[in-house]
Design a protein around this ligand. Structure first.
Ligand SMILES: Nc1ncnc2c1ncn2[C@@H]1O[C@H](COP(=O)(O)OP(=O)(O)OP(=O)(O)O)[C@@H](O)[C@H]1O
Length: 313
């Protein structure tokens, strides 16, 4: 089932369309990496999905139900539908003079969560802040604040989490902890997660699907497998007898593509397995002089896509 479907979505500020004709599909269980340059429109899209910002045009369907412009928006913060989406967008709006627990309790009360105290304890535990529940938030590190923000987003037991730059300002250790936590939430509780982030190497370790936005439009959506295949690159092989090696490989791997370079290097791409190629060559008595794998950097790949978006007038 698609949990989020956006179609023809647009948002104009002062007559300028910062999101335009935007489409997005997020399926249940996805960890969806939402990628785009600064100002591309990621936060605005997420705010429209969760109902914080009313679209100028277009439609969002949540859990297969069209929200209609403004309908979920009006229930934001109350009601079951709004609670099915947990949101961490920009600063989580924490009250610094209250403890972590009190911050959660205030929201639980506002939302009328029946088992409020137990749920507050539970989400604190989930985000690894069980020991810090009685501490005032003003003494919290950025990493702890982000975790508490995530706890607030989890309070209503959401089916979907929208996380805008959850790694912002976190050191490598806190970044890893946040990543592991998000993956655990997705895998253990089946929560669908949409994460906007510039930290591509973190997304690369967790995302199952990607969407790339440029100038307010979706440039491309693709699975992690598609990204891996496109970044997979090629194999460069040179042996003492390149024509013979080429003939051996072409016969052994009919589904792969081969290109012979003038210096005798054979470039293998498509459907091949590097280890098997090495074994085939050695089995054919070929003396291997060069054997290296070219991988396309995932960052280069996304930067190219992010820059390939249509520009607005
Ligand atoms: N409330 C607003 N009023 C006017 N312009 C806005 C408003 N919110 C966003 N914008 C503009 O819309 C564009 C998209 O902003 P948005 O925050 O959605 O981008 P983003 O992709 O999330 O960027 P970043 O990665 O920097 O957070 C920007 O040019 C921004 O200045």
């Amino acid at each position: 089932m698609n949990v989020i479907e956006a179609c023809g979505l647009a948002k104009a500020y002062g007559g300028r369309r910062v999101v335009d004709d935007f489409a997005m599909t997020v399926a249940a269980g996805d960890i969806y990496g939402f990628v785009g340059k600064n100002g591309a429109g990621k936060s605005t899209v997420m705010k429209m999905i969760c109902g914080e910002v009313a679209p100028t045009a277009g439609e969002v369907a949540l859990f297969g139900v069209p929200t209609g412009i403004g309908s979920v928006q009006k229930t934001s913060g109350e009601g079951d539908q709004a609670r099915r989406i947990g949101v961490l967008i920009e600063q989580p709006g924490l009250l610094p003079n209250l403890t972590a627990y009190q911050n959660l309790q205030a929201k639980a009360l506002a939302w009328g969560i029946v088992d409020g105290p137990a749920r507050c304890e539970e989400v604190l535990r989930l985000v690894g802040l069980a020991g810090a529940g009685k501490q005032k938030v003003r003494g919290f590190s950025l990493g702890m604040r982000q975790r508490l923000g995530l706890a607030l987003a989890l309070l209503g037991s959401p089916d979907v989490l929208l996380l805008d730059e959850p790694f912002n300002g976190l050191d490598p250790e806190a970044t890893r902890a946040m990543r592991n936590l998000i993956v655990r939430l997705a895998q253990t509780f089946g929560i669908t997660v949409v994460i906007s982030s510039h930290v591509l190497d973190q997304l690369d370790r967790m995302a199952t699907r990607y969407g790339v936005i440029a100038n307010g439009r979706m440039v491309r959506e693709m699975s992690a497998e598609e990204v891996a295949a496109e970044c997979g690159g090629s194999l460069r092989v040179r042996t003492a007898d390149s024509p013979r090696a080429l003939a051996v490989l072409e016969e052994a791997y009919p589904a792969a593509a081969f290109r012979a370079e003038p210096g005798g290097t054979i470039v293998v791409s498509g459907d091949y397995n590097a280890e098997a190629v090495a074994r085939t060559l050695s089995g054919a008595g070929q003396v291997v002089l060069e054997f290296s794998q070219d991988h396309r950097d995932i960052e280069d790949y996304f930067v190219e896509l992010m820059e390939g978006g249509a520009t607005h007038v």
